[in-house]
Each structure stands twice: as C-alpha cells, then as structure tokens.
Write a protein that binds this ligand. Structure first.
Ligand SMILES: *[C@@H]1O[C@H](CO)[C@@H](O)[C@H](O)[C@H]1NC(C)=O
Ligand SMILES: *[C@@H]1O[C@H](CO)[C@@H](O)[C@H](O)[C@H]1NC(C)=O
Ligand SMILES: *[C@@H]1O[C@H](CO)[C@@H](O)[C@H](O)[C@H]1NC(C)=O
Ligand SMILES: *[C@@H]1O[C@H](CO)[C@@H](O)[C@H](O)[C@H]1NC(C)=O
Ligand SMILES: *[C@@H]1O[C@H](CO)[C@@H](O)[C@H](O)[C@H]1NC(C)=O
Ligand SMILES: *[C@@H]1O[C@H](CO)[C@@H](O)[C@H](O)[C@H]1NC(C)=O
Length: 436
C-alpha cells in the first residue's frame, strides 16, 4: 500500500478506493518542511503588507491563488474546515493532498481533494476544480455546492469525481463525458433530472452512482456496454424495460440497484448471464412476467430483490437452489406456486413471499385481487420458451464454474454461523446521503 499514489489508477480498480482513501491520505500527504513556512514581509506600493510566500514546488505556487480565490467564495463553513487554508503549505491544508506527479517524480503537486462532510457552501466549483491541473481525485460528499459541474476534461490525471449530496441541479453533467480516465462517478443525492445520456454507458467507468436524483430516461439499448462493476440508478423515475444487452455485462457487473423506478416489461432471460452478480435489486418497479429460470445461473448472488412488482407464475426451484443466497425477496407480487426447495428457504428466512397469491401460505393477497390480476393484466412475454432455458447448464463456457454446480445442494444450511466473513454489499450504503 505504501507505494500507492493518487495518480495510480490501478489502485482504484483493485478495490474501491474511496473506502480506503481516508486511511491512506495521511500517509500520502507530504509534510511541510520548515523552509516552506519562512516568509518575509514585503511592502507593496500602496503600503499593504503582503507575505511573500515560498512554495515547496512551483506547481503549488500555481494553484495557491486558485485555492484562495475559491476560499473567498465560500459562504458557509460551520466546521471551520478552511481555518488552516493559509500560507504556502498547501499540502497540509485540511482536505488537500499532494503527491509526486507521473510526469516528474521529483515535483510535488496537488493531487487530491477530499471535502467529504465538510458542510461548505459555495455558489460554484467552476474556476476551482477545473483550474487545478494535476488533480486526480475530487470528493465532496455532503457539502452545499451548486452551480454547474466543473469541466474536468482538461485535467490530465483526473479519475474520481464525487459530488454526491450537494445542491446540483439541471441535466446530467455532460462535461464528465469523454474524460478519458474517469473511473468513478458519484453524483447521487442531487437534483439532476432528464435523460441519462447513453454515452455514459460507453465510458470506461468502474462505478456509477446516480441514485436519488430525478432522472426520467429509458434505460438505453447500449446499457450493456458499460464496464461498471457497481451501478446504482435507484430512486429515480427511469422507465422502459431492462435492455437485453445486459447479457454483455457477464464478466463485470457485481452489484446493481434499480429499485424505486418505473421500469416495466418482462424480465429478460439474459439476466442469467450475469455470472459475477452479487446484488440485483429491482424492488418497487412495474416489472412483469415470470421469473426466468436462467436466474439460477447467478451462482454468486447473495441478494436478489424483486419485491413489489407485477411478477407472476411459479418461483423456479432452480433459483431457490442457489447456494450463496442470503436474501431472495419476492414479496408483493402475484406468484402462485413455490416448490419444496423454495419452501425450505422460506423456513430459513432467506425467501420472502409474503403478499403473493400462493395457496396455503400465510400473509397472501386476497383471492379477489389475485383473480382480478390474472384475468386482466397478464400478457405474454416475448420468447416464452426462454423462460425455461438455463444457459449455464449445457454451455461449455460455464463449465469452469464447476464449483457452483457441485455446490448446488438444496439441503445446504443457510446462515450457518462462522462460515462467512465478508463485508457485505457495497452499494446499499449509497442509498443513504452521507459518505460511508
Ligand atoms: C509529519 O509531521 C508531523 C509533525 O509536524 C510528524 O509528527 C509526523 O511524523 C510527520 N509525518 C511524516 C509522514 O513525515
Ligand atoms: C479556525 O481554525 C483556525 C486554524 O485551524 C483557527 O486559528 C481559528 O481560530 C478557527 N476559527 C474559529 C472561529 O474557530
Ligand atoms: C521536476 O520538478 C522539479 C521540482 O519542481 C524541478 O526542479 C525540475 O526542473 C522538474 N523537471 C522537469 C524535467 O521538468
Ligand atoms: C461474455 O459474453 C460474451 C458474448 O456475449 C462472450 O464472448 C464472453 O466469453 C463472455 N464472458 C464470460 C466471462 O463468460
Ligand atoms: C431482505 O431484503 C429486503 C429488501 O431490501 C429487506 O427489507 C429485508 O430486511 C431483508 N431480509 C433479510 C433477512 O436480510
Ligand atoms: C448436501 O449437503 C448436505 C449437508 O449440508 C450433505 O449431507 C449432502 O451429502 C449434500 N448433498 C450433495 C448431493 O452434495
């Protein structure tokens, strides 16, 4: 870890850097030297005393006026976070971090800014973030910044932008598009609205959090082009079906949160190709049709949430046989049948089928509501035969996943203590405003 630098993006690809950033920052931060504090008083022609500052590096002298100009635009700083933004020792300003830039290992540059939780208010970040030429990371969760999103496309090392839980509004910040190395984009909890431009799904992001805004777009056909591993689009007004191109995310997508939107249509059988998926959550949408049996190919899945939709028919036994499932929520739909494997999961507290239409189980919808739904609303899904197809069964590409096959054992013991020491899903934490 000691060799990690702000400019080393591969660090971000190995783990999610923001989780560790706070621990690394003190190590990365260069200490001020005594000479940096030496200043001499000079007198300007008008008799105003100014300090002639000596900077550790020319690059810091260049960003000094940019920072000071920004400081003057800050209208609120209740935690006195800007209190030590004085003098030449920029690398020790609260929230600022320096590092040696890739183009000159002996230079010192302003590489990262982390204002998470600073509660600063300023009318704009333009003229600040976009004027810091070596900046690689800008994190500003839970402040009160607004205005236009700064244009980071000219910053040659830039790769992480987090402006979550601020006061930004307007359309999707298209200025972030085409930022070649951008790998981390978190704009959740703002008031952005309108379309989600499809270009964003072509960009080489690892992580895209745009939940809790007012986006109204349809998921675009190129949805399946995004290389992201973590995707949260929850709590918007997104419409349309889940594009079948989602099958192309077979080797990348790990967690996806689509809950609380207005997605409609039948679940595509292609969901079964998402071999890496651990969390898939589409709670509270308008999705309909049966659950495709292909979902039983999601061998790594731990949390699958389809609650509060218009899904119907039977719950595939193969799905309930998945070995890593911890929470399969199907409540508040119109399912009519669960077999013995699924019933075992219900007893284990893994499967929730409350408020469905399953005869003999407690807490189900009324017969009248179920009958009405089945008479009025059912329309056939395209490709009906695909609903029984299980792509991982007879496909050579899946066979190296043998482990999963042998593990498919309906009698295994869910929630057995001591066997799991994992961290749990990452993305659910994005559903709260503040940094996690
Ligand atoms: C930074 O300086 C402080 C005192 O100013 C010192 O305690 C600390 O050990 C220094 N850290 C590094 C990494 O040099
Ligand atoms: C803010 O912080 C600076 C330095 O950290 C300190 O000198 C100043 O007194 C503080 N101001 C208030 C109002 O607490
Ligand atoms: C690298 O940075 C150092 C320190 O700022 C500077 O003295 C040197 O001239 C720079 N080298 C080049 C090739 O720019
Ligand atoms: C993902 O799917 C593509 C075709 O859609 C296939 O060529 C590729 O081998 C698959 N990747 C994995 C890891 O299964
Ligand atoms: C399963 O997920 C649902 C929806 O997120 C949640 O309400 C429920 O508490 C979870 N159940 C368990 C056992 O973790
Ligand atoms: C399934 O697991 C149980 C114990 O968890 C074990 O006794 C049984 O042999 C396993 N069955 C298969 C087919 O692996």
């Amino acid at each position: 870890m000691e060799n990690s630098t702000f400019f080393n993006k591969s660090f971000a690809s190995i783990s999610i850097s923001f989780l560790f950033l706070l621990f690394l920052l003190p190590v990365l931060c260069l200490n001020g030297t005594d000479t940096s504090r030496i200043g001499s008083l000079a007198r300007r022609p008008y008799g105003v005393p100014t300090q002639r500052l000596i900077f550790k590096d020319q690059r810091l002298a260049v960003v000094y006026p940019v920072i000071q100009a920004f400081k003057r635009t800050i209208t609120e700083d209740p935690l006195n976070r800007t209190g030590n933004w004085v003098g030449s020792d920029i690398c020790n300003y609260r929230g600022f971090f320096c590092d040696n830039p890739p183009d000159n290992e002996s230079a010192i540059a302003l590489a990262g800014i982390d204002f998470n939780g600073f509660s600063l208010a300023a009318p704009t970040l333009e003229g600040f973030v976009d004027k810091l030429p070596d900046l690689a990371i800008f994190h500003a969760n839970s402040n009160r910044f607004s205005g236009s999103v700064p244009d980071v496309s000219k910053l040659r090392y830039f790769y992480e932008l987090d402006i979550s839980n601020n006061g930004f509004s307007g359309t999707f910040p298209t200025k972030v598009m085409g930022v070649k190395d951008l790998s981390f984009l978190d704009i959740r909890f703002n008031s952005f609205a309108g379309e989600v431009p499809q270009e964003i799904f072509n960009q080489a992001l690892q992580l895209l959090f745009i939940n809790n805004n007012g986006f109204t777009a349809k998921l675009p056909q190129n949805f399946g082009s995004t290389p992201v591993r973590y995707l949260t689009l929850a709590n918007n007004q997104l419409t349309g079906p889940i594009p079948r191109s989602i099958r192309n995310l077979n080797s990348t997508l790990v967690e996806v949160l689509l809950l609380n939107n207005k997605l409609s249509g039948c679940l595509p059988y292609e969901l079964g190709f998402l071999k890496e998926i651990i969390v898939f959550d589409v709670e509270s949408n308008l999705l309909t049709g049966p659950l495709p049996s292909s979902l039983s190919c999601l061998v790594k899945s731990e949390v699958l949430n389809f609650a509060d939709n218009l899904l119907y028919w039977e719950v595939p036994e193969e799905l309930c046989a998945l070995t890593n499932l911890e929470n399969l929520s199907l409540s508040d739909n119109f399912f009519t049948k669960v077999g013995p494997v699924c019933r075992k999961l219900i007893r284990n507290g893994v499967l929730d089928v409350r408020q469905n239409c399953i005869p003999g189980l407690p807490d189900q919808k009324s017969l009248q509501e179920c009958a009405e739904f089945y008479f009025k609303y059912i329309s056939l899904c395209p490709n009906p035969s695909s609903y029984k197809t299980i792509p991982c069964r007879d496909n050579a590409a899946w066979n190296h996943l043998d482990e999963s096959k042998t593990k498919t054992n309906a009698t295994r013991n869910h929630h057995s203590e001591g066997t799991k020491t994992k961290k749990g899903p990452v993305t659910y934490k994005t559903l709260s405003r503040h940094k996690f």
